[in-house]
Design a protein around this ligand. Structure first.
Ligand code: NAD
Length: 453
């Protein structure tokens, strides 16, 4: 009997398995597909590999001449871009395989079925795995509903990475994180892109001023954005699709080669979970120890149907492993960063301005164009924004929009996680010349006035 069997080897599952092994437990992991789950195979890694290539292409195209870098006949080789993506997926899978072996974790290949509180079966290989604890990390799948689910050839993020060539035109339903990252890739590659977003603005979980910068940048790439707009119908044509949508200025029809639906994801919960009596709402319900209503069964990551981010899943995996090992830890969601790899990038953590009562906070904002390093990089669009609780002086919200914002957000994560006060951050010397001085500017603005504004 193993101490732990983990179902699913995505970022939540493999990290939890490794942590359990490091805490001295005997561990098995079951995976029905490729190691690494959505993140490695159909999510974070392939998207960022594609965006790395297009980012370089865009930089040379738009900045080369102004910086005195001469490139004649600039073009791209899409096959090589896809190869870079596949190489990265393979390297990540190999890395996980290596780490599982290094930590003496037994890998079972096939679909796991939980048949009792201590038994997981793999019908394909007729294996029966007995374990004292079970960690469910079976992830999520893209939401698809009518009319999209009734038509062949509609893409979700599961399909997009299998493309062999670029479509000439693409319509994206849902201007959330996937929609905007994909529009950035395809837009930069010269594909005609349309985004339809049902809410008032794209990236509706972020503030309107954040969305405004991304909207402007996507439009500059030629992406057409329809907000407060709903797709009413889709028809398969001889080649491509005809999409009929309701927009604030009336109904419109768009003909495109491909349609990508990115309207969120659903928890991947098998019938076995329900049959066992595990409590399920939008996802598997757990307490802060990641424990389900059955005390030796834990659930982590997207399958909980809550925050669907790889880094949250990893952290939940560690919390589950620690509790299994008898270390009483609780999951703390106070400072979960959100990172969006658009152009420019977005990094945000804590509260957003739109969600907070104005009188209770101080908001400081500093524009990217007033930052010296940004000017050197020929970057203009972006800002840093900090939100400070007036009573406690603690930083409770932090957003950066600009180059490397997905890295810069860590200052906000550390501040919010550790309840740091505005003064403590202002008194931390920000290196010059760096983009992080933009954050210092926002902190100073929250206090009253910034030196460089
Ligand atoms: P999302 O929730 O980020 O965005 C979905 C968007 O679709 C929203 O803006 C929503 O308003 C819109 N929408 C919903 N129904 C619609 C409809 N009928 N018509 C038009 N628009 C509609 O979801 P996603 O982009 O599909 O991503 C799925 C999950 O994966 C999210 O949890 C996301 O955070 C995660 N993810 C994260 C990253 C990252 O961290 N960089 C990257 C990709 C995906």
């Amino acid at each position: 009997m193993y101490d732990v069997v983990v179902i699913g080897s995505g970022p939540g599952g493999y990290v939890s398995a490794i942590k359990s092994a490091q805490l001295g437990k005997s561990v098995a992991i079951v995976e029905k597909g490729d190691l690494g789950g959505t993140c490695t195979n159909r999510g974070c890694i392939p998207t960022k590999a594609l965006l790395a290539a297009t980012h370089l292409f865009e930089e040379v195209k738009t900045k080369g001449a102004r910086l005195g870098v001469k490139v004649e006949g600039l073009s791209y080789d899409i096959d090589k871009i896809f190869r870079h993506m596949i190489t990265n997926i393979n390297m990540s899978k190999k890395g996980i395989d290596y780490l599982l072996k290094k930590n003496k974790i037994t890998l079972y290949k096939g679909k796991a079925v939980i048949t009792s509180r201590n038994t997981v079966e793999v019908p394909e290989s007729k294996e029966k795995i007995e374990a004292k604890n079970i960690v469910i990390a079976t992830g999520s799948y893209p939401s698809l509903f009518p009319p999209f689910s009734e038509i062949d050839g509609i893409w979700t993020s599961d399909d997009v990475f299998a493309m062999k060539e670029l479509p000439k035109s693409l319509l994206i339903v849902g201007g959330g994180v996937i929609g905007c990252e994909m529009a950035t890739f395809f837009g930069r590659m010269g594909v005609e892109v349309h985004i339809f977003e049902i809410m008032e603005h794209i990236l509706p979980t972020e503030d309107a001023d954040t969305a405004e910068i991304i909207r402007k940048s996507l439009k500059k790439m030629g992406v057409k954005i329809y907000e407060s707009s709903k797709v009413k119908d889709v028809k398969r044509e001889e080649s491509g699709f005809l999409v009929i949508s309701e927009t604030p200025s009336g109904d419109i029809e768009v003909k495109v080669d491909k349609v990508l639906v990115s309207v969120g994801r659903r928890a991947n919960i098998g019938d076995d979970v329900k049959a066992l009596g595990i409590e399920v709402e939008k996802g598997i319900v757990t307490d802060k120890h990641m424990r389900t209503n059955i005390p030796n069964i834990f659930a982590i990551g997207d399958v909980r149907g809550a925050i669907m981010l790889a880094h949250t899943a990893m952290y939940e995996g560690i919390v589950a492993a620690e509790n299994i090992a008898g270390i009483d830890t609780e999951m703390d969601y106070r400072a979960v960063p959100s990172v969006v790899f658009t152009s420019p990038e977005i990094g945000s953590v804590g509260v957003r301005e739109k969600d907070i009562e104005k009188g209770k906070v101080k908001v400081g904002k500093f524009p990217l164009m007033a930052n010296g390093k940004a000017r050197v990089l020929l970057e203009r669009e972006g800002f840093a924004k900090v939100i400070v609780d007036k009573d406690t002086e603690e930083v409770i919200g932090f957003t950066v929009v600009g180059p490397n914002a997905t890295e810069m957000v860590m200052e906000g994560v550390v501040a919010i996680q550790n309840r740091l006060k505005l003064e403590q951050l202002i008194r931390s010397i920000h290196p010059h010349p760096t983009l992080s001085e933009m954050v210092l500017g926002a902190l100073e603005m929250a206090e009253g006035s910034a030196i460089h504004m």
